[in-house]
Write a protein that binds this ligand. Structure first.
Ligand code: ATP
Length: 341
């Protein structure tokens, strides 16, 4: 019998609850300090306690996971706490495509995949000298929006960059990626692609609440002008959203282009959950600045199903449960290798 394992953080509760709802055994790899939290939930069958998540590479951990025929569900914490090389060296079967996670972490590869998917990507600005209009400067890696700032001229940029250097958050320009800022409504589009059914499902859309850029918008401009500090886009939480129905066809098309581009660039392609992240401008055109090639924490708001999963399933279907269903189905027809790497 196959089981589902994940790291104790991010969307672990959703993933393991979904797996239990599908009748699968659940295993949580948890840091010792979090044991007290996760013990509260009956749907977690077994816990592997570790001092650090890197221990999933160790023999002790892999032996337990292998004994249980576990499939490991990757999420944001895996990416944030382990290097790409470490992730690629995981011997436990990883749900989806572990090779594509490198494309998520590396800005150049990320841009290449987005362009190959024919997504509208905001223009990158190659040097601070070329700043002509409002831009956003982002730190490399999964910084989660912390220390990202807006600038409308080279002078403005240099001032803010120097503050970040002083704070020890960056060493210099090479740690920053500059991109044109797109004004509009942010939307994070959640998809699931099933290689078993060869079908794309649009699962939901969420908004992110980022501090303190959101707080800044609540302050009158007179007060903003007198402030000498750097805004941040640090994600604090998510809330649900539905799109105008007329936008849905394009949403599916973007998802499908992403799936087929991934298949061309990084085999076996984009299997399982993923998210395309961006902004709808005033003409309803979607500009994407980012993707996540695995389950995103924004799916946690739909543990009981989303307005879109309701259209596809007659039972409350979370992304976690959808993953478990795919695993169950693949195990039944002996095709686990088709959905894991
Ligand atoms: P994470 O790893 O948490 O996804 P990240 O480091 O990859 O974050 P982005 O998702 O690219 O960073 O950006 C963080 C936030 O900055 C976005 O949620 C959005 O609010 C804002 N943002 C990024 N790029 C743009 C853009 N081109 N125009 C407008 N807003 C942007």
């Amino acid at each position: 019998m196959v089981s589902v394992a994940t790291l104790g953080s991010h969307c672990a509760l959703q993933v393991l609850k979904g797996a239990k709802d599908e009748g699968l055994k659940t295993i949580l790899v948890s840091e010792k300090k979090r044991e007290r939290l996760y013990k509260r939930f009956d749907f977690i069958d077994e816990m592997i306690l570790v001092d650090s998540f890197e221990e999933i590479l160790d023999k002790k951990c892999t032996t337990i996971l292998n004994k249980n025929n576990a499939v490991l569900i990757p999420h944001g914490t895996l990416i944030a706490q382990m290097s790409t090389k470490q992730i690629e060296s995981i011997t436990t079967p990883v749900f989806g495509n572990k090779w594509i996670l490198r494309w998520e972490s590396d800005r150049k590869l990320k841009e290449q995949l987005m362009i190959e998917s024919k997504l509208n990507v905001p223009q990158a600005v190659s040097s601070p000298k070329k700043i002509k209009r409002l831009v956003i400067a982002k730190r490399h890696g999964a910084a989660g929006g912390k220390g990202y700032f807006l600038a409308s001229s080279e002078k403005d940029y240099i001032k803010k960059r120097n503050i970040l250097v002083k704070q020890g958050l960056i060493k210099g320009d090479s740690d920053l990626y500059i991109q044109e800022y797109v004004m509009g409504v942010l939307a994070y589009l959640q998809f699931f692609y099933s290689p078993l059914k060869n079908e794309l499902e649009f699962f939901g859309v969420d908004k992110r609440h980022e501090s303190d850029i959101e707080g800044l918008a609540r302050i009158p401009s007179q007060q903003q002008l007198g402030m000498d500090y750097i805004s941040s886009f640090n994600v604090i939480g998510n809330s649900p959203m539905v799109l105008r129905e007329s936008l849905l066809d394009e949403v599916y098309q973007m998802g499908e282009r992403f799936v087929s581009a991934s298949r061309r660039l990084v085999k076996p392609g984009m299997n399982g959950p993923f998210c395309i992240e961006g902004v709808y401008d005033q003409d309803g055109k979607f500009w994407s600045f980012e993707f996540s090639a695995r389950i995103v924490a924004g799916t946690n708001i739909y543990m009981d199903g989303s307005p879109y999963s309701t259209l596809l399933y007659d039972i409350p279907m979370s992304m976690g449960r959808r993953i478990a269903r795919e695993i169950k189905q693949a195990a039944k027809i002996k095709k686990l290798d088709k959905i894991t790497t």
